[in-house]
Design a protein around this ligand. Sequence first.
Ligand code: AHM
Ligand code: MG
Length: 333
Amino acid sequence: MTEEPQFDEGTTLDRFLMETLRTYPGATGTFVNLCQSIALAGKMISARVNRAGLAGMLGATGEVNIQGEFVQKLDEYANHTFKRSLEHRGHTCMVVSEEDEQPSLVGEQWHSGRYVVTVDPLDGSSNIDVNATIGTIFGVFRRKSEEGTQADLKDALRPGTELVAAGYIVYGSGTLLVLGTEAGVHGFTLDPVVGEFFLSHPHIQLKPGKIYSCNEAYAKKWSEGIQTYLGLCKDRGYSARYIGSLVADFHRNLLKGGIFFYPATKKDPEGKLRLLYEAFPLAYLVERAGGAATDGKMRILDRVPTDLHERTPLILGSREMVEELTALTAQEG
Ligand code: AHM
Ligand code: MG
């Protein structure tokens, strides 16, 4: 890698991509194209989210997805938009989406691409109808199979340590794209009038925090270790913050310091959240920003999925907090 270029706040996402990632030895510009496609999808979804109440986009479609959840109209729009944006520029060979049972790789245009993208197109769906923050989470692998051939499941079922990039877009009081790559973790805010993402949060680094985020209503179903940690948080006077939208809870903790946990229960030993397109991308980002992510026993990024929609317990955030909680759960049966 050549010397890191320095960027001021206000640099456009395009300029940032061209002057950092494009300058890496061996870079062909394909990855930059991929990021531009993701940003385009983010702008389109953001515009639709902002007008949802007026455009008849609130509520459910009547369909039930692979997770057994009611598909919201915006879930469907976000999924379709994300895939359409990726399929035409020859950089992506496969998209694994929360909304689709099978990966998308239909048509010749999917064969040439170099990257596999995993995505939760609209995380926090239960918050859509109440105008609370929702978001898109994505992870990027470089394919293992040969370019020009059809990708297969081996290209997606691999450890999180093989991710080459990850990020998310939050649709909240503003729209922000947070991108993690070899160049670190950086946040770009969308100016909706200009239609561009501008660097607003350069080099994000996680601080130790005093915020804990979990659905405490389930506390009695959690293991002793988790309950002990929850007690410690209260004894120490930490603040509880939980939106019920992973991407929004994660984003707040990334900027302010804190811990998010969605543990296993006896009834659901795998937890609720999905490994490939929720836990992996956020674990990649949190580690790049100096934090940590575990499933209560092991590092999330070392997990090797055997199913595209595999679930996992998830603990992630400021390193000291994640280590303390994981020490309490690691030896539990
Ligand atoms: P989704 O991807 O269908 O929106 O579901 C995942 C969401 C996460 O965003 C959030 O952390 C969690 O489910 C909330 O679950 P609960 O309502 O059980 O606290
Ligand atoms: Mg989700």
